[in-house]
Design a protein around this ligand. Structure first.
Ligand code: IVH
Length: 707
């Protein structure tokens, strides 16, 4: 929407405005308020629409605060479309029922190429075109959020509403005003349009959704089920300030209604759907750009859909399909509408990510530290191409908060690579035969009474020798994260346990490879491979061994910290809580767990046995902490390498940086101090340049800096 030269002058204006201070006299203030408005609207567009900010958050905030201060000193200069007027303190939504200017219809669905071809044939019939003529279509994602309709009158946002029943929606103008991807002012008048209604979908970026849920989890709040509910629920919040916090964005996908001052239809200002969307983009709305394509025939449509189906999980937003629209507005008019949907458009639905199934039973799995996880056994059901029959129910609170019962029909969802989860039971389908899930009081494997600490969500079996725990500890011990014994997985552990060969982790190192070779499905070669992998694991640095012991909270990082403090694992028998908590980043809880582990003679004996069997218990080079000199050149700096480095590998560069006191981070933001650019550096470099505070250097300059 902004021309290059306009962008440049707005950028310079912003820099100038950043330098101004104090409250000027009225006539100067009026000009400044106007300049600030213009500059801030521009930066919001760069940030929310273009995803390409040219100023740091700090600089943006400074401009915003200055505008607030001037508007406070001179309230007469406040314009309703000022960025500060998005949120007002005392507004709440009333959700009054309002009539859409034209009904918000739904879409017909298609699921495969054949359906698409039928649609194409139908369009040719409706428009009286020959079978051999190609129809041009505009294709864009079917965003999965909540739909909204926005009315603009005389270039100002005058109303926002939800879809409602299609004819009547709920008014939510104040909520729409807080979404920074929706301009408060847009120059429809440039095309002689006095009143317009646009349709769009309010969505939330997947990473923002994940972060929001992680924060909620940390605060002990209930989690949002998925991005769609979070977005559509967000539209209906009473307090616009809360809406603002959700980080919602509106993609505009249709210009529904346009009239001039006399009320005459102005749709004839456009020839194609694509042109209307492009126009809305030029007015500052968020529109699908890389996500939208004009296809010259239905074959190209199908190809584009397949492309997006493959990209779907990697895309920033949830989409549940693509929408195919006849591009020519004249042809659209010929096609017309049913009472339910336009005949000129169709949705292509990707494979379902949600399905319903019956909950047959609940089983309980015991983890390596005794945590009891309830698992729902379902009637097998297809979900996004995968058969699902087992879904975790996490813990007792999850079951009670959702009131999930055995015999319930449940809604299951699988988003992206995420493991499937139960969204809710379908309470309306109950017939009274469903049974409330009775969480066990005793361990289903060893019958020990379960316990639950106040601060934890899980019930635990406290019997350290519980068979289930012993097996889980062995599975963890051999896993990639722990001792990393190649080829040794869960099924081997279970099988060898059944054979009576494994009773504890020491037994792993006294396996009889001849016997293994004789087992069905093994043979000499796989037994020899296993032996090789186990021999290799014996030499592991002790931080791996410590982590592999399944001591609660003794994760990878703490294991490394502990390993750095000792010469031999058995020294840990003589440590006190203080010895541990003196180490930075080690807290009293894990300290106590380590002490408890090493005060049990069975555990000490187990480790001694392992040492006799050849497992390394001594500190190795890899365990030794890297000592960073307080005067090292990069102390306190964050660093990021981008592009292809010529003199060293990426890992090597990162280690060098770390050894010189720097912290490697993975994204360019205002927190980044140094960006080292190799060949073919791309978007990261651009972004760092735009931020302006990042020190940018070449590989050679970096090497010189660290000497
Ligand atoms: S066009 C008259 N385009 O899908 C044409 N709809 O069943 C009506 N949706 O809830 C819709 N992305 O909010 C259209 N690119 C897109 C869309 C889209 C998402 C939603 C829409 C409605 C549903 C239609």
């Amino acid at each position: 929407m902004y021309k290059k030269e306009d962008q440049k002058s707005l950028y310079e204006l912003s820099k100038q405005l950043l330098k101004t201070e104090g409250i000027p006299v009225a006539f100067e203030a009026e000009q400044q308020v106007e300049d600030l408005r213009k500059a801030i609207v521009y930066h919001e567009w760069k940030y929310y629409i273009q995803n390409d900010p040219v100023m740091s958050d700090f600089e943006y905030d400074t401009l915003y605060k200055r505008l607030e201060a001037l508007e406070k000193a001179y309230p007469d200069f406040i314009q309703p479309d000022s960025p500060t007027q998005r949120v007002s303190n005392d507004l709440t939504e009333t959700f009054e029922s309002v009539e859409h200017l034209i009904p918000m219809l739904s879409l017909a669905n298609s699921y495969n190429e054949e359906d698409l071809n039928d649609f194409d044939t139908q369009i040719k019939k409706l428009t009286l075109l020959d079978e051999n003529v190609d129809i041009e279509y505009c294709v864009e994602p079917k965003f999965d959020g909540g739909s909204i309709a926005l009315v603009f009158e005389n270039d100002h946002l005058s109303r926002g509403a939800t879809r409602g029943n299609g004819t009547l929606g709920e008014e939510m103008t104040n909520n729409a005003r807080v979404m920074k991807s929706i301009p408060l002012k847009a120059e429809f008048s440039s095309k002689g349009i006095a009143k317009a209604e646009l349709r769009g979908e309010v969505v939330i970026r997947k990473d923002i959704f994940d972060k929001m849920n992680a924060d909620r989890e940390a605060q002990g709040l209930s989690l949002f089920a998925n991005p769609r509910n979070t977005a559509s629920g967000g539209l209906r919040m009473k307090d616009p300030k809360e809406v603002a916090k959700r980080g919602l964005e509106a993609f505009i996908y249709q210009l529904g209604y346009v009239v001039d001052e006399e009320g005459n239809n102005k749709m004839n200002a456009f020839k194609t759907h694509d042109e209307t969307i492009e126009f809305l983009g030029s007015l500052g709305f968020k529109i699908p750009v890389k996500e939208r394509k004009v296809c010259k025939n239905i074959k190209e449509v199908h190809d584009f859909i397949l492309e997006w189906q493959a990209k779907r999980d990697a895309y920033e937003y949830e989409i549940d399909g693509m929408v195919i629209k006849v591009n020519s507005l004249a042809l659209q008019e010929k096609c017309g509408y049913t009472s339910h949907h336009p005949r000129w458009a169709i949705a292509f639905k990707f494979k379902a990510k949600q399905a319903t199934s019956k909950l047959l039973n609940v089983e309980y799995q015991i983890g390596k530290i005794g945590s009891v996880t309830p698992v729902a056994k379902l009637e097998p059901v297809q979900l996004a191409g995968v058969m699902v029959s087992s879904v975790s129910l996490h813990n007792e609170d999850f079951i009670t908060s959702k009131d999930i019962r055995i015999g319930d029909t449940v809604l299951v969802e699988r988003a992206g690579d995420v493991i499937p989860y139960i969204v809710k039971p379908m309470e309306d389908l109950r017939d009274g035969s469903e049974q409330v899930i009775d969480f066990p009081k005793n361990c289903p494997v060893c019958d020990t009474k379960l316990e639950r600490a106040e601060t934890e969500a899980a019930w635990r079996c406290t019997n350290y020798n519980c068979e289930a725990q012993v097996i889980q500890r062995m599975i963890f011990h051999v896993s990639k994260d722990a001792m990393d014994i190649d080829g040794f997985g869960k099924s081997y552990v279970e099988r060898f346990f059944e054979m009576g060969w494994l009773r504890n982790i020491a037994d792993i190192y006294r396996l009889d490879y001849e016997k293994i070779a004789a087992l069905e499905g093994f043979g000499k070669k796989s037994a020899a491979n296993l032996e090789k992998a186990i021999e290799k694991a014996k030499k592991n640095p002790i931080h791996r061994l410590l982590h592999s012991l399944s001591v609660h909270h003794l994760g990878k990082k703490v294991s490394k910290l502990v390993a750095g403090e000792i010469d031999h694992v058995l020294e840990l028998q003589d440590k006190t809580i203080e010895n541990f908590t003196e180490i930075k980043d080690i807290g009293p809880v894990v300290a106590e767990n380590i002490i408890e582990y090493f005060s049990n003679p069975d555990n000490v004996n187990l480790l001694k046995e392992m040492e006799t069997l050849g497992v390394n218990l001594r500190q190795t080079e890899a365990d030794r902490p890297k000592v960073v000199d307080a005067n090292a050149p990069l102390v306190g700096k964050t660093i990021l390498f981008t592009g292809s480095l010529q003199k060293m590998g990426r890992k090597e560069a990162q280690t060098l940086a770390e050894n010189n006191g720097a912290k490697n981070i993975s994204a360019v933001s205002s927190n980044l101090n140094i960006l080292v650019v190799g060949e073919k550096a791309g978007s990261k470099l651009k972004k760092a340049q735009a931020i302006g505070t990042v020190e940018i250097m070449t590989e050679d300059e970096f090497l010189e800096l660290i000497g």
